[in-house]
Ligand binder design. Structure first.
Ligand SMILES: *Cc1c(COP(=O)(O)O)cnc(C)c1O
Length: 363
């Protein structure tokens, strides 16, 4: 038995010397939060790297969603994907917005625009689609529906760091797109996130909202919350950003290796042909849940390898929500999908072990 534990991901920590130099700077200035120099620098560098404007750094991806809803005045009902991390839906509920599901496309795992249109009611004010596993949604169809019914669109782009669509940043679609910079994500600041707004006015409003509504030393002009990113988070982000191209390159190698060995063994996500891949996750779809459980058990119990059931359960099964129409495609995909380990330091010998165990159990 191998004592090394292999998880679905391993946080990439950047060059220690560079991070230490940044932290030394924070010890000199003693300015550790409230829109400090590293937050400003990271904002500018991310806007450049991603090819976007109006980017606001915040404390985590969930707050990014909540602040985006608040900024855009979302109320009533929002239509969202049942196949996502729970934060997509729980953030709506927390803001007093009813989450109404529209089922996904069984090949791309993204929300199906046809189902969005069917779920619209007089209470609907927004659409919250998810670029799941960094796969671009059908953004043109969704943007068209939003326009036709006068709805706001907030994309959950927690997985979509660095993804382009038709040669431009995918994050430019919708009224806002959020990113998560959690330690498990492709690019991280330990905890953190960002909102990319379409309009500058919305960015300015959100800047107030994330700082208690304070706009000067003695002036509070709106409601607000505390969702600011601090300087230690930004320092980590700047150091990870220095290495992002090589991180993505390494992950692409792991990705390609899986594809070449597993393409006839399991089904894979159909990727949007107008988009690049950021290699953030490696989801595989089994024929049955039974097959998935057998593979998972063999990996977990006998080999200390822990892939994750992203995303399970389907969010329409959460009991704290109002009664939901069952989302059958999402439930089916959720029951059969597993994300395999993918990270920079994953050694080929261990990757080969995962592949051979899967083949043994399945065939
Ligand atoms: C990680 C994630 C979030 C939440 O981001 P945090 O930074 O962990 O708060 C939201 N949506 C999706 C799809 C995610 O994967």
């Amino acid at each position: 038995m191998n004592s090394e534990i292999i998880n679905v991901t391993k946080t990439h920590l950047p060059d220690r010397g560079k991070l230490d130099a940044r932290i030394d700077r924070l010890f000199e200035t003693a300015w550790v939060t409230n829109n400090g120099e590293f937050v400003k620098e990271l904002t500018a560098r991310l806007e450049e790297y991603l090819g976007v404007e109006n980017l606001l750094l915040v404390t985590n991806g969930t707050m990014a969603l909540q602040v985006a809803y608040k900024t855009l005045g979302i109320t009533g009902q929002a239509i969202t994907s049942p196949f996502s991390f729970v934060a997509t839906t729980s953030s709506l509920v927390w803001e007093g917005i009813e989450s109404v599901f529209a089922d996904i496309n069984p090949k791309t795992f993204c929300i199906d625009p046809v189902n969005i249109e069917k779920a619209i009611t007089p209470e609907t004010t927004a659409i919250v689609p998810v670029h799941v596993f960094g796969n671009a949604c059908e953004v043109e169809a969704i943007d068209g529906i939003a326009k036709k019914y006068n709805l706001k669109t907030i994309y959950d782009g927690a997985h979509a760091f660095g993804v382009n669509y038709k040669g431009e940043s995918l994050l430019k679609h919708g009224d806002a797109t959020i990113l998560s910079f959690h330690a498990t994500k492709l690019f991280h600041t330990c905890e953190g996130g960002a909102i990319v707004f379409k309009r500058k006015e919305d960015l300015e409003k959100a800047k107030l909202l994330i700082n208690f509504g304070i706009n000067g030393p003695d002036s509070v002009i709106s409601e607000g919350i505390n969702a600011k990113m601090n300087e230690f988070q930004a320092a980590m982000g700047l150091c990870v950003l220095d290495e992002i191209d090589s991180i993505i390159e390494h992950r692409a190698e792991v990705w390609d290796h899986y594809v070449s060995r597993l393409k006839d063994v399991v089904e894979m996500q159909e990727r949007n042909p107008n988009s690049n891949n950021n290699y953030s996750y490696f989801p595989v779809l089994f024929k049955t849940e039974d097959e998935l459980l057998k593979v998972k058990e063999e990996l977990n119990n006998n080999n200390n390898i822990f892939p994750r059931r992203y995303f399970y359960p389907s969010l329409d099964t959460l009991d704290y929500l109002q009664p939901q129409k069952a989302q059958m495609i999402s439930r089916d995909i959720a029951s059969r999908i597993l994300c395999l380990p993918i990270y920079v330091e994953l050694e080929e010998i261990n990757q080969n072990k995962i592949i051979s165990i899967m083949k043994e159990v399945i065939i």
